[in-house]
Design a protein. Structure first.
Length: 296
């Protein structure tokens, strides 16, 4: 890996607590022998676009974008976000809409506007698979893309009929007077028994197999360092947490940083393949190549 250590790897990940927690030790040079990082913060819809354009050496992206980028990038077997009980939610303003997947009647969301954070997000794939399974004729009206932090205010203010939310919105949506129509993660887990694949870490294949393996080892070491001494990462986490309450930041980390962050393992890879295979069958993404997920 020595040839790659001559320059810092350009990496982009979100300012969300799970990413800053995972990368704190690595970003601050506390992983012995690891490459230096040149960090850019960007929301995941931005990093998805970066990946499609081949920008940056290492990126945090949605699993949904993998079919478009795996020719140039390799999926790292660690550092990302999968889990249970942590899926995106569909929210509405009306109290009567909450509670079941079959709310809004047999027409589902037909004729209604739904705000989503990106059409190339894992949340969107999970939403479309949920709609195909539970709503009449897929039941989705107009899709409106907006930054995720604008979605709950838009639903509250009646600018859209429903919103697909991610991240800490799971813990804060009631503050906006909103109600849960359905939990995409619950549906995914109930129908597959697998964890929910959300965000992936990818790195350019052109770095070479030794560098990619070394990077994966460094990411794992950074995760373990954060687990061993979580208080060390707190200043970095809170500096970028966008005025988030520290208790909410801790909940966020607890949900999204888990055994799959240290290593995808069999269940992690099965979840990724399952999501992208089902999404391809619905025409939502191109099919994956047979060896597309092989690392390095």
């Amino acid at each position: 890996m020595s040839s790659e250590q001559q320059h810092a790897l350009k990496i982009a990940y979100s300012p969300c607590p799970n990413d800053t927690f995972v990368f704190d030790a690595l970003a601050h040079g506390r992983v012995p022998g690891a490459p230096a990082l040149d960090v850019t913060f960007a929301d995941i819809d931005i990093t998805n676009g970066m990946a499609e354009r081949g920008e940056f050496d290492v990126l945090k992206v949605s699993y949904a974008v993998l079919p478009y980028v795996l020719d140039e990038y390799a999926l790292l077997p660690c550092g990302g976000a999968l889990g249970r009980g942590c899926g995106p939610l569909v929210l509405t303003r009306e109290p009567g809409a909450g509670g079941t997947s079959h709310a809004f009647g047999s027409g589902g969301l037909a004729g209604r506007t739904v705000a989503v954070p990106s059409e190339k997000s894992t949340a969107y794939l999970l939403f479309r698979l949920w709609a195909a399974d539970t709503l009449s004729d897929g039941g989705v009206g107009e899709i409106v893309v907006m930054p995720f932090h604008e979605i709950m205010p838009a639903v509250r203010d009646g600018k859209v009929d429903a919103g697909l939310v991610i991240h800490e919105a799971r813990f804060t949506y009631q503050n906006y007077g909103l109600h849960k129509l359905a939990d995409m993660g619950e549906h995914w887990e109930h129908t597959t028994g697998l964890p929910i694949p959300l965000g992936a870490i990818i790195a350019k294949r052109s770095l070479g197999a030794p560098a990619l393996t070394g990077l994966a080892d460094a990411v794992r070491a950074s995760v373990r360092a954060a687990w061993d001494e979580p208080e060390v990462s707190r200043p970095y986490v809170m500096a970028h947490a966008q005025e988030m309450d520290p208790a909410v930041a801790d909940q966020h980390i607890g949900l999204y940083v888990n055994e799959f962050t240290a290593d995808l393992g069999e269940d992690g890879y099965a979840a990724i393949r399952g999501l992208l295979t089902r999404a391809a069958a619905e025409g939502l993404v191109p099919p994956l190549g047979r060896d597309a997920l092989v690392f390095p």
